[in-house]
Design a protein around this ligand. Structure first.
Ligand code: FAD
Length: 321
């Protein structure tokens, strides 16, 4: 079963499945760290495992005099390879992410052909963030400006239409395509309506389900689902959950992911600002409460973002699943 089928099967059975996403190893590292993160999570029978895609190689910071300083950042290549290794080792459907940023349509096609040959038939199609040295997202000259265009390319390939044209007699890939959604809006969107219209364009282009950006207020998710349905987006919408784990997350998470932190959560964290273990416990308990409410509302999958730290996800999964 591909991921879209797994989601529909969970819906038909009235179940909520566990799923999570992780990052490929840093360049030069082996696969041991990724497997060590996955091993304890297998107990919860994940419906699928996502693997993120990263393109950054340089980062800009400012010197005290205001001039720019460039740093080489250790990259995380290998999304397709590690996805195949995870699928082979655990037998779980694996979903490599694929982005538009920095890639031509030919690069994308080659990656998709590799994925198909490796038995990876799921993909999360994304635009990718702007590069650190860009003021706004700049597509590759032979690439795509929006995730909807990437979805169109993948859907076309499923029909046997390649970048250079149609191949009449060919092996047809059968990628199941997911896309990203933003309960609190995407930072570049002109309006909430434009954001939903952009999501609808991705679904109309062939996306079969949506995974959301992380959020801490379930009311925002429920409102997002309502607005999607009103706009004619009928595909399953999978909530993304990341437990807050440090005091710094109070500012870092909103800055990085554009999510808001509900006032009661902020107050409780600040009240325990000098106690790291207490802050972690508060974040975990909040994520448990969020997960329970979403499960009770009938979401087919809860998609967790461990970001390299599985301990709190294990605790949440033990309580919720
Ligand atoms: P799009 O759907 O293209 O939307 C981007 C912006 O453009 C939005 O503001 C949208 O409203 C607007 N827009 C879309 N179409 C049009 C149009 N036709 N005209 C005008 N405006 C338009 N990033 C990574 O680099 N690697 C990852 O692995 C990764 N994984 C992610 C997983 C999830 C679940 C989520 C939610 C995000 C992930 N991201 C990842 C981050 C993502 O790449 C960024 O949020 C990026 O800025 C937007 O990607 P998108 O696919 O939503 O883009």
């Amino acid at each position: 079963m591909n991921v879209a089928e797994l989601i529909h099967s969970a819906l038909a059975e009235g179940k909520t499945r566990f799923a999570f996403e992780l990052l490929p190893p840093l360049k030069g590292d082996g696969m041991g760290g990724v497997f060590a993160a996955i091993d304890p999570l297998m107990e919860f029978d994940p419906a699928y495992i996502n693997v993120t895609f990263h393109r950054e190689g340089i980062k800009q910071t400012q010197r005290p005099d205001g001039s720019a300083e460039w740093h080489v950042v250790r990259r995380r290549p290998g999304t397709v390879g590690i996805s195949a290794a995870i699928k082979a080792r655990y037998g779980v459907e694996t979903v490599p992410h694929l982005i538009c940023g920095g890639l031509s349509r030919y690069d994308i096609e080659d990656a998709l052909i590799d994925m198909d040959f490796l038995g990876l038939h799921n993909v999360l199609a994304l635009r990718g963030d702007k590069s650190q040295n860009e003021r706004r997202f700049m597509p590759h000259p032979q690439g795509h400006a929006h995730a909807a265009d990437l979805v169109r390319q993948i859907a076309a390939m499923n029909r046997g239409e390649f970048v250079d044209g149609e191949v009449e007699i060919c092996h047809h890939s059968k990628f199941s395509i997911g896309v990203a959604g933003y309960p609190e809006g995407h930072e570049e969107s002109a309006s909430p309506e434009a954001d939903i219209a952009a999501l609808k364009a991705k679904v109309d282009a062939g996306a079969e389900y949506v995974v959301t950006q992380l959020f801490y207020d379930n009311a925002r998710f429920f409102d997002f689902v309502r607005r999607c349905r009103e706009a004619g987006i009928g595909v399953p919408i999978i909530p993304g959950i990341k437990p807050l784990a440090t005091l710094r997350h109070l500012t870092l998470l909103p800055e990085t992911f554009g999510c808001s932190i509900p006032e009661p959560l902020r107050r409780e964290v600040l009240a325990h600002r000098d106690d790291k273990a207490a802050v972690r416990r508060i974040g975990t308990e909040w994520a448990i409460a969020q997960s329970r409410e979403l499960k009770a509302a009938g979401v087919p999958v809860l998609h967790y973002y461990p970001m390299g730290k599985a301990e709190n996800i294990i605790e949440i999964a033990r309580t919720v699943f």
